[in-house]
Design a protein. Structure first.
Lengths: 155, 329
């Protein structure tokens, strides 16, 4: 697998999920194991350009594929626009859903560079936050979209 | 998850040769959105898992105005939703796929998997079997938590609801499901694909243990306007509480014939011929749509906690008819 641009070799049993492979074998602990049943979104990673629940993909199915985890979003210690927007828009509380949410937001923005609020609500339907930070998350996505288009922050 | 043997065949012949004659001993892995959860919960304990995603001919979607739409079983819900022909000719299918409100599930979840996913009944998921019975064979549903269970086709012993999003629309559109087994291919009408099990050992679809779904064949609409309407508890990921798909042949605002199928209200998708007859020959209006909804649920039987679903099913029919009459193909 190529994880965040780095080739990683791994030998695991077929029953090991991509999420467990990332967390327990390769120390990418950004993706979180919460429901482990393709429901909550905290394990979201980008696999071959698609946003997926890594808890519900077998590691063996991800063989040879490109994977982006939350660890791969920042460059040289500089936060990606969506990460910075999460900070500025108070888009997290306890933080447990946040890595999955950030990756889902990134994948969403890659496909929808100029989203409306309604697009954002629809596009993030696969992630849950028990603290209820949805309003902040939506604002963060809109702000990041603006930044990425070259506009002013929080404009 | 328990250990299993993993196979990734590249042809459908190889795939069916790896299946065997006992449900649960082997399981077919497509998108994995349901199967892996069932395995983690020990609801199914396959000794062998067959990944069919490397079988190229099960991918892809083709349309011709004369023969209609062919959807490979491995087409994802997102691919279905984004297809321009589907959106234009078969909006009921696009709307049903859109109702799977998690992009993560739509990105990996397949149309074949949507049909073959197992019921969401919490007794089934909790290990009490497909029929949700205690050790004496008594139903846990009737005196238990049944607010999401069936309001139609619920004379027992099955009380779960069919979880498929696409099935009502496929049936309303007159689609066929193509299956492949050791003896070759066979086609089953979408309405015949789902069956109500009588025992815990059966499955809720017409597949044999050594068959797989290979494609869905949807005939040309012939100009029939079609739509799906789902009533949901929330916008984020969840299964609908009730849904209706309709396909209406119309002359102006007048309905010449109708197919109406309810979803998430019975152990199988539930066609409502009485409501279809009621609507035929009438001009669509809000009142007619509402009365058709009423006709669709006349046979409903409430359990102790799910009476509200009768009203939701009625509303789903009404809104699906109005949506189809407004837009549609």
């Amino acid at each position: 697998m190529r994880i965040n641009g780095t080739r990683q070799n791994l030998s695991v049993e077929p029953r090991v999920t991509l999420l467990d492979a990332l967390r327990n074998y390769l120390d990418y602990t950004g993706a979180k194991k919460v429901c482990d049943r393709a429901t909550c979104g905290s394990c979201t990673v980008i696999l071959g350009g698609k946003m997926v629940y890594s808890c519900s993909v077998l590691a063996i199915e991800a063989q040879g594929k490109d994977i982006t985890t939350v660890e791969g979003l920042s460059t040289n210690g500089k936060l990606a626009p969506i990460q910075a927007a999460f900070v500025e828009n108070d888009a997290q509380q306890c933080g447990f859903c946040t890595p999955g949410f950030v990756v889902a937001c990134k994948a969403f923005l890659d496909k929808h560079p100029s989203p409306t609020l309604a697009d954002v609500e629809k596009g993030l339907g696969g992630n849950l936050c028990r603290c209820g930070t949805y309003a902040g998350v939506r604002q963060a996505v809109l702000a990041a979209a603006n930044t990425m288009r070259g506009g002013q922050k929080n404009g | 998850m328990r250990a299993f043997e993993y196979a990734s065949p590249t042809t459908k012949e190889q795939a069916v040769a790896l299946l065997n004659n006992q449900w649960g001993e082997t399981e077919v892995l497509a998108g994995g959105m349901d199967l892996l959860s069932l395995m983690k919960d020990d609801v199914t304990r396959p000794g062998r898992v067959i990944n069919i995603k490397e079988i190229k001919e099960l991918h892809g979607l083709q349309y011709s105005p004369s023969t209609g739409l062919r959807i490979g079983a491995l087409v994802t819900l997102q691919e279905l939703l984004e297809n321009e022909t589907v959106r234009k000719e078969y909006p009921s299918l696009a709307q049903a796929a859109e109702g799977v409100t998690s992009p993560q599930i739509r990105d990996l979840g397949t149309v074949g998997g949507d049909l073959c996913q197992r019921p969401r009944c919490w007794y089934f998921r909790g290990g009490f079997g497909l029929l949700a019975q205690d050790s004496s064979g008594k139903s846990l549903v009737l005196e238990g938590e049944n607010k999401y269970h069936a309001i139609l086709g619920n004379s027992g012993p099955a009380y779960f609801v069919n979880p498929s999003s696409l099935a009502p629309a496929l049936i309303a559109l007159g689609a066929k499901i193509r299956l492949f087994g050791p003896k070759g291919a066979r086609d089953v009408a979408a309405g015949q694909f789902f069956v109500t099990p009588k025992t815990n050992q059966e499955r809720e679809y017409a597949l044999k243990t050594n068959e797989i779904v290979t494609e869905l064949l949807v005939p040309p609409t012939g100009g029939a306007r079609n739509a799906t309407y789902e009533v949901r508890q929330k916008e984020a990921l969840d299964w609908p509480l009730a849904a209706a798909a309709v396909s209406l042949k119309m002359s102006g605002k007048n309905v010449t014939s109708a197919r109406i199928v309810l979803g998430h209200v019975a152990p199988v998708p539930w066609p409502v011929p009485d409501a279809e007859k009621f609507l035929a020959g009438k001009t669509v209006s809000e009142q007619v749509a509402q009365d058709t909804g009423g006709a669709a649920v006349t046979g409903a039987k409430r359990l102790s906690q799910n009476g509200y679903k009768v009203q939701l099913a009625r509303v789903a029919v009404k809104r699906a008819i109005l949506r189809a009459a407004e837009g549609g193909a």
